[in-house]
Design a protein around this ligand. Structure first.
Ligand SMILES: N[C@@H](CCC(=O)N[C@@H](CS)C(=O)NCC(=O)O)C(=O)O
Length: 218
């Protein structure tokens, strides 16, 4: 059985929502920010980052995109990712990694916390990095918006997938606010609204406290 190491509102939201949408059994382990910093958790996640997913043989996976890709591929029959031997599967992996390696780290920098992950030398420097990172996130969302305009309503066209869940997670953290970003990018707003309305996700979305716009971090 899977074991999800989960913190409310953090990067475990995407794997959590994917597990719920797949309907596969798993144990949910809620952690506090303090528990994430503890040496015990670092033994599972070397950088001390959420999410982490325990697997049946006792091993542990980290990295949100890897976890989402793994779960949707192992449970391909549930239809949250395209069939493995199709071009659409390549596009699926490409889009997932585009979001996790570009948008997610830029969002982390945009938060400006902890001296923007150690990159800033001074508070002024930190504010500058956060502002630049926020602009970059908007640029990336613009690329996603164009894609959705050309071939939406979902990231895989007519087919809902785990990509839409991952994008929804990113919008929750958007700066200056979730609602401001969704107003700027209406197609992304459509995806976010569709994910929020998924019946299977209702309880998990509420558990993370993100069932309403701009609820993250309030
Ligand atoms: N590349 C990682 C990034 C994960 C990440 O940045 N997680 C943040 C939460 S959203 C975290 O655990 N931060 C640790 C902390 O703030 O103590 C992934 O995609 O899983």
């Amino acid at each position: 059985m899977y074991k999800l190491y989960n913190v409310k509102g953090w990067g475990s939201m995407a794997p959590h929502f994917v597990l719920e949408e797949l309907g596969v059994p798993y144990t949910n382990v809620w952690l506090t920010a303090e528990q994430v910093k503890a040496p015990e958790f670092r033994e599972l996640s070397p950088l001390g980052l959420i999410p982490a997913l325990g697997l049946a043989d006792g091993s542990t996976m980290v990295e949100s995109a890897a976890i989402v890709a793994f779960l949707t591929t192992v449970h391909a029959d549930k239809g949250l990712s395209p069939p493995l031997d199709t071009p659409a599967y390549g596009v699926y992996l490409s889009s997932l990694h585009f979001m996790s390696t570009n948008i997610y780290p830029a969002i982390n920098l945009a938060f400006g916390s902890s001296g923007t992950d150690g990159y800033a030398l001074t508070p002024e420097h930190g504010a500058h990095i956060a502002a630049k990172a926020t602009a970059r996130v908007h640029e990336f969302f613009g690329i996603v918006e164009t894609r959705l305009t050309e071939d939406g309503p979902y990231l895989l066209g007519e087919t809902f997938s785990a990509l839409d869940i991952y994008l929804f997670m990113l919008t929750i953290w958007a700066r200056p606010s979730e609602s401001a970003v969704l107003a700027k990018f209406p197609r992304i707003a459509g995806v976010a609204a569709a994910v929020r309305a998924r019946p299977k996700l209702k309880a998990a979305i509420e558990a993370h406290g993100v069932d309403r716009l701009d609820s993250y971090g309030q």
